[in-house]
Design a protein around this ligand. Structure first.
Ligand code: ADP
Ligand code: MG
Length: 239
């Protein structure tokens, strides 16, 4: 069954058309990576799925339900940003638990969710710290942990590794791949301009160019049979 469907989705900011007629159907549990150069519309597309921007025309559905007019908090999604977006005055525990009380979970259930997510990411020892006492890699784990505690049906990642140095980028990428294995029913939508991340993480890659889908396929398909010079240039196999 498809979890996330985009049907004829367009987005304009004023007179500027940023996304053109996007049609995609993502399978439940699939890891989809959107790649493309800076400015091609990747973040805008994620923000539409998250409900942080309105869709200009077309339809978004999640698990078959129309989502265009559904508030972000009701969509069953969680988002991880490049900039971590942690609350500086709160501890790691409080950051990961934030918002769960409004979801009417008991204190014990909240503690259990935070501890499970922290164990998955090996940050159990950091729960009492403040974000400024953490390295960049640890902060991004906390942001991912906070997303896990929401138990989302769809995870959205917007260039989550871009602020990390090379070694941490590899570690955190492996952590995200592991997360995908441990959450087989959760659909992952991941945005990057990095070919290596796309090739190593994706079940399917969507190549975006100036707001249009150039090609959709598995990493191998794109590598062996790129549909255009643009895809070949981006994925790295000369035709
Ligand atoms: P990417 O994430 O691929 O780098 P973005 O989705 O951030 O690209 O941006 C795509 C295009 O939309 C860019 O030309 C950007 O300037 C424009 N854009 C993004 N957000 C806004 C906005 N709120 N208002 C006007 N233009 C925007
Ligand atoms: Mg972006």
């Amino acid at each position: 069954m498809a979890t996330v469907e985009l049907a004829g989705v367009c987005k304009s900011f004023g007179a500027v058309d940023v996304l053109h007629n996007i049609n995609l159907s993502l399978e439940k549990g699939e890891f989809i990576v959107f790649v493309g150069p800076s400015g091609c519309g990747k973040s805008t597309l994620l923000r539409l799925v998250a409900g942080l921007e309105d869709i200009t025309s077309g339809e978004l559905r999640i698990a078959g339900e129309p989502m265009n007019d559904v508030l972000p908090a009701r969509r069953g999604i969680a988002m991880v940003f490049q900039s971590y977006a942690l609350y500086p005055h709160m501890s790691v525990y409080e950051n990961m638990a934030f918002g769960l009380e409004q979801a009417r979970l008991s204190k014990a259930e909240i503690r259990s969710r935070v501890e499970t997510a922290a164990a998955m990411l090996q940050i159990e020892g950091l729960l009492d710290r403040k974000p400024k006492q953490l390295s960049g890699g640890q902060r991004q784990r906390v942001a991912i942990g906070r997303a896990i505690t929401r138990d989302p049906r769809v995870f959205l990642f917007d260039e989550p590794l871009s602020n990390l140095d090379a070694a941490l980028r590899v570690d955190t990428r492996i952590e995200i791949a592991r997360l995908h294995e441990r959450l087989p029913d959760t659909t992952m939508i991941y945005v990057t301009h990095d070919q290596v991340e796309a090739m190593t993480l994706a079940d399917r890659i969507v190549v975006l160019n100036k707001g249009r889908v150039e090609q959709v396929g598995s990493p191998i398909e794109l590598y062996e049979t790129p549909a255009s010079m643009f895809v070949a240039g981006f994925i790295g196999s000369p035709r």
